[in-house]
Design a protein around this ligand. Structure first.
Ligand code: 13P
Length: 254
């Protein structure tokens, strides 16, 4: 696939996998994806498996991501994880503001922007998630919601930091539901987000930012979705939990 930006496909394992299961999965992926150079492939295990998985990815083309990070440095923040702790395990990417965290942990775009700044301060790359719910889409508020989330969550980033930021468009109604956005819906939302980035930063920054699509991505729909001009990769949940299904998404996107 000839794309303007290098594709980036990340597996968000969410709250799944013991250490032993995580090792099985990453070892399988290493074998299946050993020759992949065209796509940046990222695996995001739960914190408890980062240490062991990091040893496995060292000598591979897989990169490691975390699913969240504190906006604070080390200190008295019970239950939180700081950037320095992630860097110890060679983590390169951090998913921020996933809709599940926005919903269950009540994370606001303002908090996510603080986390994004902390991620950059540690020279890591944030994957900042945005997306509307079904009710918001059906009431014609999709653009308003995306604008508020994009502008709020990316507030305060420099142009240089924005170029090193990945945005993930994940319509909430497509997450874990088996309902995928149509290629036209995905392209429309991605183009809209890129337009917002032109306004916040400039045209050249917006053209460099990679925007992933997330929501029921599987091998069967990856090629069509990732073939859209403004879709630069995928953030995969359920289908990232098995070697075969995740590897096939990546192979089908090349
Ligand atoms: P599913 O691929 O399971 O729909 O999850 C998408 C997602 O939330 C990835 O972050």
């Amino acid at each position: 696939m000839n794309k303007e930006r290098k594709l980036i496909v990340a597996g968000n394992w969410k709250m799944n996998k013991t250490v032993a299961e995580a090792l099985d999965l990453v070892r399988g992926l290493k074998i299946e994806l050993a020759n992949i150079k065209e796509v940046d492939v990222v695996v995001c295990p739960p914190y408890t498996a980062l240490s062991e998985v990091s040893k496995e990815v060292l000598d591979s083309n897989l990169k490691l991501g975390a699913q969240n990070m504190s906006e604070n440095g080390v200190g008295a923040y019970t239950g939180e994880i700081a950037a320095t702790m992630l860097k110890e395990f060679s983590v390169r990417y951090v998913i921020l503001g996933h809709s599940e965290r926005r919903q269950y942990q009540k994370e606001s775009s303002e908090l996510i922007s603080k986390k994004a700044l902390a991620v950059h301060a540690a020279s890591l790359k944030p994957i900042v998630c945005v997306g509307e719910t079904l009710a918001e889409r059906e009431s014609g508020r999709m653009q308003e919601v995306l604008q508020s989330q994009v502008q709020g969550s990316l507030a305060g980033l420099t142009k240089e930091q924005m170029c090193e930021t990945i945005v993930a468009y994940e319509p909430v109604w497509a997450i874990g539901t088996g309902k995928t956005a149509s290629t036209a819906q995905a392209q429309e939302a991605h183009a809209f987000i890129r337009g917002l980035l032109v306004g916040m930063f400039d045209d050249s920054v917006a053209r460099r930012v990679r925007i992933q699509y997330g929501g029921s991505v599987k091998a069967a729909n990856a090629r069509e979705l990732l073939g859209q001009p403004d879709v630069d990769g995928a953030l995969v949940g359920g289908a990232a939990l098995e070697v075969r299904s995740f590897a096939d998404i990546i192979k089908n996107s090349i």
